[in-house]
Write a new protein. Structure first.
Length: 86
């Protein structure tokens, strides 16, 4: 396998201006569930030697889902609101 290179951290999108701690935790929970399912599907695809195009499409889906989670995380970091606030 080739060398692994550390990728720079991407700046997540900012949360919507009308976001609240409760909404951010809801978004994070639903996003985490979605990414969990997508990641499981990706692992199954890799185990089944799926075509490269299908694997890359699944990775694109995963990246989009993670970006949405990052938006919620950015809000929660700035707000400093614990999970039990939701």
């Amino acid at each position: 396998m080739g060398d692994l290179h550390r990728l720079p951290i991407r700046a997540p999108r900012p949360a919507p201006p009308d976001c609240s701690a409760i909404r951010a935790w809801e978004l994070l929970r639903s996003g985490a569930r979605a990414t969990h399912g997508t990641l499981g599907e990706l692992v199954a695809m890799l185990d089944d030697d799926a075509p490269l195009a299908a694997v890359l499409a699944q990775i694109d889906t995963l990246n989009a889902q993670l970006a949405a989670c990052g938006c919620a995380v950015s809000f929660l970091r700035e707000a400093g609101t614990p999970p039990d606030a939701a």
